[in-house]
Design a protein around this ligand. Structure first.
Ligand code: ADP
Ligand code: MG
Length: 707
C-alpha cells in the first residue's frame, strides 16, 4: 500500500489550477479586468478586444502550468462532459520555431463537430453546426493528468440557430429568470440594496469503490456500469462492519488524492464519509453558484473515476451497481442568496413574523405542487429507475417535508388566518457532564422525503448519482421564478400591501397543502394517501418523460425564455432514445456474458460432476443420488438459461427494429427488461451451485467486501 508521504497546506494548493478572480486581478491590465467584471455583473457579452487580452493572459498562465492544448469543455445531452482538444501551436515561422497562440475569438467561440452529439431532431430541421460559447461566469482551469495538461474553458453548446444542445445554456437562462423574479420580490418588500439573487447549490455525491482487477473481470460492469448477474452475498449491509482498518487505509489514501486534485481545481470538497451500503461513500462540496456547482459536480465525478485508477480501484457512479444493495444518489441542496449575503430561505428564529420568508416558502410549495411532474422528470435517468420507489431512495411521489416548526406556522395560518407563534428548539441534554448541552433544532430530519426543508435550504433528494445536476436546477429555478412572478403581479398592484401579502401567503399555503407530507415516505400508507390527494406517482423514466413538453411545461419554459417548444420536443426524443439505447446495451451485454462465459462454465461444471459420478460408480457401489440430484438441478437451470437467452436475443432484435421513440422505449421497459429478469434468475441460482473456482467472474461478496 502506498504510504502517505506528502503533506501540504490546503490553502496553498486550493484553486492553484484555476484562472480565478485573484489570478485575473494579478495578471490582467486593470482596465481589462474592470471591463470583464462589469460585463459579468451586467450579464453582457464580452467585446473581442477585451477577449483578446484575456485569452493571451489565460494562455500564458496555462503554459506556465504545462498546458499544451486548450479545449472548450461542455456538457452535451449525453450526461457527461465533452471536449475537443486543440493545441496552442501555430504554423512554424521561417525560423522553424513554433509559436503558441490563443486569440479572443478562440476563447469566446468554438465549433466542435456537432454531428456526434444528440440533438433530438433539432439537427434534422436546422443545420448540423454546433457552437460552443465561453461561459465567463465559470472560471477556466488547467487539468493535469496522464494525458498532459489542458486548459479547459467551460462553455455552452448551441446549434447554428441558437437552440441549446447542452445542459449549461438552459441552466444559465433559468438562473437569469429566477434572479429577475426574486429581485422583483425583494424589491416589493423594500430591499433596494441587493443587486443580484443567485441560486446556490451543494450536491452530495454518492459512489461505490471496488477493486479494479476484479472490476476488469466483470464485463457487465465494464459495458453498463452495473452488474447484470450476481447472487446476493451471504453477508449484506445489515452487518455494519464496513469499517475494517485495511479497507479504510486504501480508501482513505484514495480520498486524500481525490481531495487534493479537487482542491487544485478550486472544488471545495468538504465532507466525505462511508455510506449505508458496503464499499459505498459520499463526497460533498461547499455550496456554490448553480452553474459552478454543475461544472464542479462533473469534475467531481471525473476525478473520482480518474484517481481510482491510480489506486488500483474503480469508481462506480451507476445508481444501482448491485441488485439488493442500496444504490447511489445525489442530494441537490438548493437556496437563493443575494449578492449581499441574504438567504431568502432563512426563516430566522421566529418564522411566523418573517413574512418575506413565508411568501418565498409558500411560493415554493405552489411551484413544487403544480410542477411535481417536471421535478420528477428532472431526476429521471435509466439507472435511477432501480431506486425511486424501491424504498431505498425517496419514493417516486414528490412531496415536501417542512418539519414541525414550519408545519405549525402554516397550520396556524390556514386555520385561523393568523400565525402568532413559532415552536422553539429545546435543550438537548447529553447526560454527560463534560459534554455541553446544546440547543436542538426546532425541526428534526426526515430522510424519506424527496424534497425536504433543511434549515435554510431545500434538499432535493431524488437525483441519480451519475446524472448531471443541471436539469433539476433548471426546473427548480424556473418553477420558482413562475411562482414569484405570479406573487409579484399581485403585490405590485395591491392597494394595501400588508393585506395582499397576508392573503397571498394564506392562499398559497391552503391551495397547496396537499404537497406537504412530514411522515414516512417509504410506507405503503403514503402511497395510498398520495393517490387520494391526487399527487402523481410516476414509477419509471419512460412515464416521466412526457412531462417535459406538456402544454403546461411549454408555457412555463417559453414564458421565462428557458426552453423553446422545439428544444423541449428535442429533449423528449433524446430521452426516449437514451432509454432504449441503454437497455439495449444491457440486454446485449447479458447475451454476450451468458452465451460466452456462463453457459460454457456451467457445462464444464456439469461435465466434471457427471465424470465424478461415473468414477464413484465404477470404484464402488456408494449412493450417488445426491450428486445425481445436483446434476439434474444444474441441467434444468442450464436449460432455463438457454431458453431465456434465446428469447432475449429475439426481443432485442425486435426492439432495435422499432422506429418510433416512445414505442421503442416502452418495448424495452416492458418486454426486454422482463426477459432480462428471466435470464438472470436461473443464472443467479447457478452461481450458488457451481464451484466458485469455475464461476467466470468475481461474486458480489468479492466485489463489495474485498476492497
Ligand atoms: P447532510 O448529510 O446532512 O445532508 P452534508 O453536510 O453532507 O449534509 O451536505 C450538505 C450540503 O448542503 C453541502 O454540500 C453544503 O454545502 C450544502 N449547503 C449548505 N447550505 C446551503 C445553502 N444555503 N444552499 C445550498 N446548499 C447548501
Ligand atoms: Mg443530504
Amino acid at each position: 500500500m502506498e504510504k502517505c508521504t506528502e503533506y501540504y497546506n490546503v490553502a496553498d494548493i486550493f484553486g492553484e489550477n484555476v484562472f480565478n478572480d485573484t489570478v485575473m486581478q494579478e495578471r490582467l491590465p486593470k482596465k481589462v479586468y474592470q471591463k470583464l467584471k462589469n460585463t459579468l455583473r451586467e450579464g453582457r457579452e464580452l467585446d473581442l478586444e477585451t477577449a483578446d487580452v484575456i485569452a493571451h493572459e489565460m494562455k500564458e498562465w496555462a503554459i506556465e502550468k504545462g498546458a499544451t492544448h486548450y479545449t472548450h469543455w461542455f456538457q452535451p445531452l449525453t450526461g457527461v462532459t465533452a471536449e475537443k482538444h486543440d493545441s496552442f501551436i501555430t504554423a512554424p515561422k521561417e525560423s522553424g520555431k513554433v509559436l503558441m497562440s490563443f486569440s479572443g475569438k478562440e476563447l469566446i467561440k468554438g465549433e466542435p463537430d456537432a454531428s456526434s452529439f444528440p440533438s433530438g431532431g433539432l439537427r434534422a430541421t436546422f443545420e448540423a453546426r454546433g457552437y460552443t460559447a465561453w461561459d465567463c461566469t465559470s472560471p477556466a482551469f488547467v487539468r493535469q493528468d496522464a494525458a498532459g495538461a489542458t486548459l479547459c474553458i467551460p462553455t455552452a453548446f448551441c446549434s447554428y440557430t441558437g437552440e441549446a444542445l447542452d445542459q449549461k445554456t438552459p441552466l444559465l437562462r433559468s438562473m437569469e429568470a429566477v434572479n429577475d423574479q426574486a429581485l422583483r420580490l425583494i424589491r416589493a418588500f423594500g430591499n433596494r440594496t441587493s443587486k443580484k439573487v443567485t441560486t446556490s447549490v451543494g450536491p452530495e455525491q454518492e459512489y461505490f469503490i471496488v477493486d479494479r482487477e476484479k472490476y476488469l473481470k466483470r464485463k457487465d460492469l465494464i459495458f453498463t456500469g452495473r452488474t447484470l448477474f450476481g447472487a446476493m452475498p451471504p453477508k449484506g449491509q445489515e452487518m455494519d462492519d464496513h469499517y475494517f482498518g485495511s479497507i479504510r487505509e486504501r480508501i482513505a489514501s484514495y480520498m486524500r488524492d481525490v481531495n487534493k486534485e479537487l482542491w487544485k481545481l478550486g472544488v471545495s470538497a468538504k465532507t466525505q464519509h462511508n455510506e449505508v451500503a458496503p464499499a459505498q461513500h459520499e463526497l460533498a462540496p461547499i455550496y456554490a453558484s448553480a452553474n459552478i456547482a454543475v461544472d464542479h459536480n462533473q469534475l467531481v465525478m471525473e476525478t473520482l473515476k480518474k484517481v481510482a485508477g491510480r489506486h488500483g480501484l474503480q469508481c462506480l457512479l451507476h445508481e444501482k451497481p448491485f441488485a439488493g444493495v442500496n444504490g447511489s444518489g445525489k442530494h441537490n441542496n438548493w437556496s437563493l442568496i443575494t449578492d449581499d449575503g441574504i438567504n431568502l430561505l432563512e426563516p430566522g428564529v421566529t418564522p411566523h413574523e418573517n413574512f418575506q420568508f413565508l411568501l418565498v416558502l409558500t411560493c415554493i410549495l405552489k411551484a413544487v405542487d403544480i410542477h411535481a411532474d417536471l421535478l420528477r422528470e428532472s431526476a429521471a435517468d435509466v439507472g435511477n429507475d432501480h431506486r425511486l420507489g424501491a424504498n431505498e431512495a425517496p419514493p417516486a411521489i414528490i412531496s415536501v417535508f417542512l418539519g414541525e416548526q414550519l408545519q405549525d406556522v402554516l397550520s396556524q395560518l390556514i386555520s385561523t388566518g393568523e400565525a402568532t407563534h413559532s415552536i422553539k428548539g429545546s435543550m438537548l441534554e447529553t447526560g454527560v457532564k463534560t459534554l455541553p448541552d446544546f440547543m436542538k433544532d426546532a425541526t428534526d430530519r426526515n430522510r424519506t422525503s424527496p424534497f425536504a426543508f433543511t434549515g435554510n435550504k431545500f434538499e432535493f433528494r431524488m437525483l441519480g448519482s451519475q446524472d448531471s445536476i443541471a436539469q433539476p436546477n433548471v426546473v427548480l429555478n424556473t418553477i420558482v421564478a413562475e411562482a414569484f412572478a405570479e406573487a409579484c403581479d399581485v403585490l405590485e398592484n395591491a392597494n394595501d400591501f400588508e393585506t395582499a401579502l397576508h392573503d397571498l401567503i394564506k392562499k398559497n399555503a391552503t391551495d397547496h397543502q396537499r404537497i406537504v407530507f412530514n411522515g414516512n415516505g417509504y410506507s405503503e400508507d403514503w402511497v395510498r394517501e398520495a393517490e387520494k390527494r391526487g399527487l402523481p406517482n410516476i414509477n419509471s423514466m419512460v412515464d416521466a418523460i412526457p412531462a417535459l413538453n406538456t402544454e403546461k411545461a411549454v408555457k412555463l419554459f417559453e414564458k421565462f425564455g428557458v426552453f423553446t417548444k422545439a428544444e423541449l420536443d428535442s429533449r423528449v426524443e433524446i430521452e426516449y432514445e437514451t432509454y432504449a439505447k441503454e437497455i439495449n446495451i444491457e440486454a446485449r451485454a447479458m447475451i454476450d456474458i451468458a452465451g460466452k462465459q456462463i453457459v460454457p462454465a456451467v457445462i464444464k461444471y456439469a461435465t466434471a460432476l457427471a465424470n465424478s459420478i461415473n468414477a464413484v460408480k465404477a470404484a464402488c457401489d456408494a449412493d450417488v443420488s445426491v450428486q445425481i440430484g445436483l446434476l439434474k438441478e444444474v441441467s434444468d437451470l442450464l436449460s432455463q438459461t438457454k431458453t431465456a437467452l434465446s428469447k432475449l436475443e429475439e426481443v432485442t432484435e425486435q426492439g432495435i427494429g422499432i422506429k418510433e421513440g416512445r414505442k421503442q422505449a416502452v418495448f424495452y421497459r416492458d418486454i426486454v427488461m422482463s426477459v432480462m429478469t428471466e435470464l438472470r434468475a436461473p443464472v443467479d441460482k447457478l452461481e450458488m451451485i457451481v464451484d466458485k473456482e469455475m464461476w467466470p467472474m468475481p461474486s458480489y461478496g468479492d466485489l463489495i467486501f474485498e476492497v
